[in-house]
Each structure stands twice: as structure tokens, then as C-alpha cells.
Ligand binder design. Sequence first.
Ligand code: AMP
Length: 416
Amino acid sequence: MTSFNDFNFHQAIEESIDAMGFTKPTPIQVQTIPLILENKDLIACAQTGTGKTAAFLLPVLQRIMENNDFDGTKLLVIVPTRELAMQIDQQLQGFTYFVPVSTVAVFGGGAGDVWDQQKSAISAGVNIIIATPGRLISLINLDYLRAETLQTLVLDEADRMLDMGFYDDIVKIISKLPKKRQTLMFSATMPPKIRKLAKKILTKPEEVNISLAKPAEGVLQGAYLVHDEQKPQLLMDLLRDKPELKSILVFSATKLNVKSLYKQLKQSGFSCNAIHSDLEQHERVTVLNDFKNRKLQILVATDIVSRGIDIESIDLVINYDVPADAEDYVHRVGRTARAELTGVALTFINSRDVRNFKDIEALIGSEVHKLPLPPQLGEGPEYTVSKSWNSDKSQWKGKQKGKSGHKEKKIKKNQS
Ligand code: AMP
């Protein structure tokens, strides 16, 4: 069994891995980190959620530390969406807490001063750039990119980038990069067009294939159909008088919700704390440690911890909201029933989240048992996709801007 120690990372990197709460490498990290450290090109079939970001960031940081060379841009990561850029940047912030490299995330939108910051970081030769293709092309066209020192190029979610029509942009970006470089390509699927691109831009690549795990066998999964206004009461009913459950994780979509649930639970006398992106890194570590050490019974959390923690044997996970991404559900539920133990995962589904939950059931390949609400709560909604939710995504977007009740999904992405 490989441990992070086996990679012989620089001490600062080991410390940042510790601070992130990672105790052992995921399968993709075990397989790819040694290859990346050997400077091999790589094509990896792996979805988000497998730990692929750390798989490429850690060896690159190691190389920078090892060479003690902090001059110029060393790593360029190209990603399809702003959300993924932010997600990678967030992990990078964690890893670079003790490692003195400069980083910038470059994507469209934002005010003029954001553009100015991106411009000056790139032209100053920032060590690591995470970029969406469109914005990077704009910067290249204005001749801001300084790529002479580049050592590694990562194409993340390559299949999605091609689906979004970024092929020409990617080829153009690559034409501006040094020929002698390491190229790593990550893709959730391997259709022929991805193979074709790989052939064009990779040199004698190693291949790694990791598929996303389904929730462990031991997890008992259940779900409640519940209106928003019934949720706080249901949560209280489920948590009350459960001293036998030593570790309970409650996930909610927004930090606002997390803060308010924490307040309610605290006022009702529960042993609990909350974790969300408003906390400093050291505060997060303290809260997580208290939870791991069983000083707290209940931890209320946004998405930031759904994948980042590895705590053995959480007894109960409650999804106060349905996770927006089906894979996040697998990760959250994966917090229970580790190491063959049994655990319980319960999800609260309101009428707007029925569609998302059906997606989750499709991903995990089974129907989750719908549990009756406690009688004092009255009736919940039906398990049918609500009529106001049209399958046309553009209508959905229009609604997000309008009615406040529909904002939740948008907030989920930005505030976790
Ligand atoms: P990714 O597939 O890179 O999007 O990573 C998914 C999540 O897994 C992120 O939230 C990471 O913080 C987390 N993660 C990555 N590596 C590990 C690890 N070795 N142990 C625990 N969590 C990890």
C-alpha cells in the first residue's frame, strides 16, 4: 500500500498534504505521481472526484521545489470551465500554503481590474497558470504569455473541452508553447477524437485508467421528500437522542445555510461545529481535527469537505440539500462505511431537486429508498420532476435570475 511518504516529497509539500487532511493517496495518485515525477507524458482516463488535481499538482510542485527554480511559468493547466479553474485554484491555494510558488487562475468574466491582474501575473511569468482556453487565447493574442520556461502542460477534462468546441484554441495555444515539455492529458472518456488529439500532442504517453467508485456496499442510503420549510424540523428529529452516533456530517449547499443550521443546532444543545469557505485554512484544520478526534458529534459543512476529508467510519451523513453534481453525492456518501464498516446516508429532496436526485440514481445505478416523513411534519412533495422545472436549460437559467427561490443552484457553485 503506497503512502504519501513513498513519493519522497519535499517537506513543505508533505506539510501541505497534511494540512489538506489527506492521509493516503487515491488510486490515480498512486498510479500517476511516480510517472509524472519521471517526466513522462500521460493520458489518464479519470473523472473529477478521483483526486486527479492533486495527482498533477503535487509532482509539479515537487519539481519546482527540488530544482529550487521559481523563475517563470512552469505549469499551464487548461480547463474547460471557470468552475473547474476555480476548483483547481482552490486546491492549489491549499497546497501552496507552505510552498512559495505564484499562481493565477485566468478565466473570462469579472471586472476590468481582474483582467489587469491576470495580464500582469501572466506577463510577469507567474509559476502556475490555470486557464480557460478563450481567456488564454486573448492574452496570447496580446502577446502577454511568457512560455519559454514552461515545463508541464495539463489538459484537464479534455473530452469536455472538445465537446465545447475548443479544439482549434487548444492547438493554437500549444503552438505557442516550447516543444520540449511534459504533457499530461486527463479525460473522463476516451472517444476517438481524444485519441487523435493525444497522438498529436503527447510523446510516448503512459496510459492510466481509473473509474469512479460507486458508494461502498455497506452504506444504507435513504431519502426524504421534504419541503424547504420542513427541513429544519426533520433535521432536529433525526439528530435528537442519537448518542450512539459518534460522528455525523451534515452537508448543505450554501455557507449561509451552513451557518444558520450550525446556529440552530448549537442553540438546541448539540455538540457541533461548522466548516465553510469563510474560515481560514488553520480554522478549518482545527474544526476538522476536532471532528476526527470525536470532540464534536456533528459537523455541518459545505462542499469543500465532501471530498477533502478522509475520516474513518462516519456513522451518518445527511445531505440537507441534494448535491448539484451527481458525483458529489457519491463522494459524500463515501464518507460513511469506509473500511467495510456500515454507515447511513440520508438525503433531503425538495421538489426542485427531484431531477438532480434522479440523475444521482442513474449514476449509482439504483433507486434510493424514499422514507416516510415523521407524521408531525405533514406531507412532503411528490417524487416527480416539478412542472415549473422545464427540461430546457436556457429556461432554467432565466429563472435563476428572476425568482429568489430558484437561486439555490447557482449559489451552490459559487459559495461552497
Ligand atoms: P479531484 O478529482 O482532483 O477534483 O479531487 C476530488 C477531491 O478529492 C478534492 O476535493 C480533493 O481535495 C480530494 N482529494 C484529492 N486527493 C485526496 C486524498 N489523497 N485524500 C483525500 N482527499 C483527496
